[in-house]
Design a protein around this ligand. Structure first.
Ligand SMILES: [Cu+2]
Length: 155
């Protein structure tokens, strides 16, 4: 009896240590998710129900590569990663399934290059509004970003 009581007490300290380590691990995980920063997030709105284009700069401040795999927003039925290209003077764009960003690298989404294509708005929007867009990364990581709705710019 005395022996069991003693064992029970000695087990309590490692358990507390384990919870402490778990807390540190969770906090480290959150900090890692914050290593990606987005600046200059703007959504160029075209008239009517034409698709909008999203531009921003995404910096990977972490020490591991991250892979952008998509985006979503409550304000649009679909959001896709696109890239504009110009070949023989002909402009075109195509869907991009994933974009890897190396540690320390900044990826620019800008006119005539990468952009988010916002299709079929689910509510009316006007210049000056703010729209939340969630950037989705491989490994179920998500980063919510506020985009400023701006006047059309050339794509
Ligand atoms: Cu596009």
């Amino acid at each position: 009896m005395l022996n069991r009581h003693h064992r029970g007490r000695s087990r309590r300290i490692p358990l507390r240590l384990a919870w402490g380590l778990l807390a540190v691990w969770i906090l480290a995980g959150i900090a890692q998710a914050d290593d990606q920063t987005v600046t200059q997030a703007r959504l160029s709105l075209l008239p009517g129900d034409m698709p909008g284009a999203g531009y921003f700069e995404l910096h990977n401040g972490g020490d591991a590569p991250v892979t952008l795999v998509g985006a979503s927003s409550d304000a649009f039925k679909s959001v896709a990663l696109h890239r504009s290209m110009s070949r023989d003077g002909m402009a075109s764009m195509h869907a991009v399934p994933r974009i890897e960003i190396a540690p320390g690298e900044t990826l620019e989404f800008a006119p005539k290059g990468y952009h988010l294509m916002f299709m079929k708005r689910s509510r009316s929007l006007s210049v000056g509004d703010k729209v939340e867009v969630t950037l989705e990364f491989a490994g179920e990581k998500a980063l919510p970003v506020m985009f400023d709705v701006v006047s059309p710019v050339s794509m």
